[in-house]
Structure formats: C-alpha cells, structure tokens
Design a protein around this ligand. Structure first.
Ligand SMILES: [Mg+2]
Length: 344
C-alpha cells in the first residue's frame, strides 16, 4: 500500500463556542492510498494546521508505505523541527498520525483498541465537563462532573469558586467524582488558597490552574496542594509529557490526542505515566480518537465528554447514562461525509 495524497480542511462547526479556538480550530486530515482506503484523523491549528498538513507533511508522506507509523511520525517531526516541537505543527502531525492509525485498523479490519490488545463492547465510565449546566448533566445520567471555574475568577474571587464547588457537591451528593478546571487562569497563591478551602469537598483534581509552561509553579503545587493537580491538555509530544511525569508535576496527565502528537504519542504517554504510578485521563477522551486508547490501556478509565458541536465526525458512539461503548468498526470507526462538509 502506498500513500497517494494527504488532504486537510477546517470544517465549520455551526455551534462551536467562540472560545473553542474557532479561528485556529479543529482540522480534518485525510490520507488516501492506492488500494482505495482513506484514513481519517482530527488535528488542530486551524488553517495554519491545514497548511502544515498539505505542504510539509504531505511531502513527507506522499508515496510512502503507511504502515511504519513510528518512522513516518519521526520524519514528520524532524521536518517540522525548526518551526515545530510544540503547538500548531504538532497539532497538524496529530491529525496525520491519527489518519495513519485509522488506515492501519482499516487494513487489518480491526478496531484500534483491539490492535492494542484491548476490548471493544465494554461500557467505559465518563465524566461530563460543564460550565453552568450541572443540573441538566445530572438529569442526563452522568455520574462524574467537572466544573469550569475560570470564568468565575475574573474578579479574583476565590470565594465564588469555593461557593460553586460547595453548591455542586450538595447537588451531586457525597460520592460522585467532582473536579474543577481553571484553564491556566490562576497563579500559585490563588491555587493554594482554592485548594485549601475546597479540600473538604473531596475533589478528584484541580485542572490546569497555572499556564502550561509554569513548571516551577507546578513544582510548588505538587508539594503543597492538598488537592491533586491535573494538566497536560496544552502540552505536546511524549518529550513534553516525560518532563511532567518524571518530575511528577501533575498527578493526572491529560494529553489531547488530536493536539499532542496523535495516537502514537498518546500510547507512549499512557505507558510511561502508568509505569510511574500516575493516572492518565485524556482531554475529551470520550471522542473516538482517544477512546480506543482508554479502552485498551487505561487502568482507571474515566473518559471526558466530547465536544458536541464537532458533529462533522460521524459514527462516534453516544454517551448513554454516563457510559460509552466502542463498536467493532475497523480503525477509529468514524464516518466522514466529505461531500457534506462545510469548510473555512
Ligand atoms: Mg481543561
């Protein structure tokens, strides 16, 4: 099998919220072959990511056998090294890598989870990420919840965050898992103040309290926060996660498979983190791209709800009563109606 084309577009998602990187948003990467199979992956970086995929990544992949994914990943990484390493170039590589994995699964007639020795057909617990709609999420049958709290802290009000956590704990009861996400908006002092005050409410984690590159700050939090710290959705490649894991800067690692370098890197991060005794809980892990790794590799699976406005990725299994179950379709099992796509 040989690669005959690499294509990428940024589909328009009608209901995408403005803060979901609309202008640098999610891209679709397609890898075509001479046997009629096309692999699909989702990456990031918007039209800049599309440009990277359709120029340098296409040059690397065109005419190649798609199977030695590790070698092709390294070639894509090496080619983007002068302007890559993190960010948009790696987000584009993520889409291409996922498309190569999709091809591998389709060529083998197997779902990706099974290629890793895992099972499909088993219900996987999920959690839902909410802003203000907690009661609706409870009504939908979810049994684990994460509150985005960064918008509450605009006035520096630690008190409002603590009050939100207290109210949420009252609503969901004492047993169901609860987390909060600060989306890089706090500093060390604010985080420690929140952590100390929310400790009685038994949070699973505080997510991304500091900017992703504040390693010194995370080192302080790792030592002093009474609540575990999670992060990594804005970190890139195994090399980036290796530092987080070796220095134990986060207790829960949250790679986003569509941004961090693709499925190849997610697998390496899973294996290294779990060997170090740390938890992996991929960012939007209930989207099908990460879910195959969750199903196959995770010792304590908890898949984050996906982004419902990305409805141009068809064939994804639904979350029903708080669990999600992978089907048996080969590859990632997605259906892309290319003719129906509206693109930027
Ligand atoms: Mg987050």
């Amino acid at each position: 099998m040989r690669i005959t084309d690499v294509r990428a577009v940024q589909p328009v998602a009608e209901n995408s919220p403005p803060d979901w990187r609309t202008s640098m948003g999610q891209i679709l990467v397609a890898v075509d072959t001479d046997v009629g199979l096309t692999g699909y992956g989702v990456g990031g970086g918007g039209l800049a990511g599309v440009h990277v995929a359709c120029t340098v990544l296409r040059d690397v992949l065109l005419g190649e056998d798609p199977e030695p994914i590790g070698r092709l990943w390294q070639a894509m990484y090496d080619t983007t090294l002068p302007f890559g390493q993190k960010g948009i170039a790696i987000m584009a590589i993520s889409g291409a890598d996922l498309a190569l994995w999709d091809l591998r699964g389709k060529a083998a007639g197997q779902p990706i989870a099974r290629l890793l020795g895992g099972q499909t057909g088993q219900p996987i617990p999920t959690y839902i990420t909410v802003w203000d709609e907690l009661e609706a999420a409870i009504a939908d049958g979810f049994s684990a919840f994460k509150l985005h709290v960064e918008h509450r802290s605009d006035g520096g009000t630690v008190d409002s965050v603590v009050a939100a956590v207290s109210a949420a704990r009252d609503l969901i009861g004492p047993e169901r898992p609860l987390m909060i996400d600060a989306w890089m908006r706090w500093d060390v002092e604010t985080t420690l103040s929140v952590a100390t005050q929310v400790e009685p409410y038994k949070l699973e984690w505080i997510e991304e309290p500091l900017p992703a590159d504040d390693f010194d700050g995370y080192e302080v939090l790792a030592r002093r926060s009474p609540v575990p710290i999670a992060g990594g959705e804005h970190e890139f490649t195994f090399a980036g996660f290796r530092r987080l894991i070796e220095q134990r800067l986060h207790q829960t690692l949250q790679p986003d498979v569509c941004w961090c370098g693709g499925f190849s890197e997610l697998v390496r991060i899973y294996e290294f983190a779990q060997r170090a005794g740390l938890r992996v809980c991929p960012h939007r892990g209930a989207e099908v791209w990460g879910l195959h790794a969750v199903a196959a590799l995770d010792r304590q699976p908890l898949a984050e709800s996906g982004r419902p406005w990305m409805n141009w990725v068809g064939g994804q299994p639904p979350i029903i009563n708080g669990t999600i179950t992978l089907g048996d379709e080969p590859g990632f099992g997605v259906e892309i109606d290319e003719a129906a796509l509206k693109t930027l």
